[in-house]
Design a protein around this ligand. Structure first.
Ligand code: OSB
Ligand code: MG
Length: 369
């Protein structure tokens, strides 16, 4: 397989509601969508997990465009007819990190390869479920009344697990109120690195609320701190930002820095590495779940396939299209009666992109090859 054309599209999708985390508030989902065309005439599509600013991780969209254009894509073009999904990671290995940029390329190549083979992502990855339970990530709100209203709406819609974004000043009280109001629901929190080890005794007060987990309380580079914290609090520690590879996962598990892992394919450079993390975790009996970056249908479809692997035993942030957008870039993903979403069954990512919708949210198209 050889790349005959590559384009990046800058896309801005209005969110149905602002989404606030400890590192900022998003009103839109800005992303880059990559379209590859290969010599077989088959297209490959992918969506970038990065945001406009480097606040979740060190990557940001403008940087992704540059590193793809100047450093990553040329290495794939240089493979000529030797381009396969398996060849992508070794070809890009000399470039340090830039996981989201690498994920963008590897996923589009995988989509093209699977479309030409007529194979769905789920089959390729080894998925064992046709539907996956859906959780929802609930942002920081202006008031606890707003929060309780939002959570009530999501539970009514059918979400089977609630994740609350927390930060210093928005933690014990929101959790207490949600637990009191909604009883025995599956509940967890995500701090996006907002705390330090000096907050350990404060975070231990969350122990009373029977949370499934606390996600990424400390800095991404502080595995030792997470191990220390995990000895002090009873709530299981889950890592998101800290885990960028199967090696990181093995290290964090060995150090007891986490007992659960959030796997985001974009954060770890693609689906092959995401599956390796799943495998390492499974070998250690460590549960994993599929995180999200507010993806459109283009990024959501392959995430659902990943979430159907056997080690994904906790509900993911794989919500329905309507959680994010009034109009998705693909046919909308919907919750069924028991709060699950169907895994796509078509070849490749398994969904068709709606060209008119994509055109209406595209700011510019940049041809790279
Ligand atoms: O930490 O999981 C996170 C969104 C943007 C950046 C970081 C995170 C998130 C989410 C959204 O929690 C999850 C989703 O896609 O629904
Ligand atoms: Mg997170």
């Amino acid at each position: 397989m050889r790349i005959t054309r590559a384009e990046v599209r800058w896309v801005r999708m209005p969110l149905v509601a602002p989404f606030r985390t400890s590192f900022g508030t998003s009103y839109d989902r800005d992303t880059i969508v990559l379209r590859l065309v290969t010599d077989a005439g088959v297209e490959g599509w992918s969506e970038c997990g990065a945001e406009l600013d480097p606040l979740y991780s060190e990557e940001w969209l403008a940087g992704v465009e540059l590193v793809v254009r100047d450093h990553l894509l040329p290495r794939l073009v240089a493979l000529g007819d030797g381009l396969t999904t398996a060849a992508v990671k070794p070809a890009l290995e000399p470039v340090k990190r830039h996981f989201m940029a690498k994920h963008l390329l590897e996923t589009a190549v995988l989509d093209a390869e699977l479309r030409s083979a007529g194979m769905p992502f789920a089959t390729f990855l080894g998925s064992v479920k046709s539907r996956v339970p859906a959780g929802v990530s609930v942002g920081i709100m202006d008031s606890t009344a707003d929060l309780l209203g939002a959570v009530a709406g999501y539970l009514e819609t059918g979400y089977v697990r609630i994740k609350l974004k927390i930060e210093p000043g928005w933690d014990l009280e929101p959790v207490r109120l949600v637990r009191k109001e909604f009883g025995d629901i599956l509940l967890q929190v995500d701090a996006n690195t907002a705390y330090t080890l000096m907050d350990a005794q404060h975070l231990a007060k969350l122990d009373d609320y029977g949370l499934l987990l606390i996600e990424q309380p400390l800095r991404e580079d502080d595995l030792r701190g997470h191990a220390e914290l995990a000895r002090i609090i009873r709530t299981p520690v889950c890592l998101d930002e800290s885990i960028t590879s199967a090696r990181d996962a093995a290290t964090a598990i060995a150090m007891r820095a986490c007992s659960i892992i959030n796997i985001k394919p974009s954060r770890v450079g693609g689906y092959l590495e995401a599956r390796r993390i799943h495998d390492v975790a499974a070998a250690h009996g460590v549960p994993v779940w599929c995180g999200g970056m507010l993806e459109t249908g283009i990024g959501r479809a392959p995430n659902l396939a990943l979430a159907a692997l056997p080690g994904f035993v906790l509900p993911g942030d794989t919500s329905a299209s309507s959680r994010y957008y009034t109009q998705d870039l693909t046919a909308p993903f919907e919750l069924d009666r028991d709060g699950c979403i169907a895994v796509p069954t078509g070849p490749g990512i398994g969904v068709e992109i709606l060209p008119d919708v994509l055109a209406s949210v595209t700011d510019r198209v940049i041809p790279l090859v």
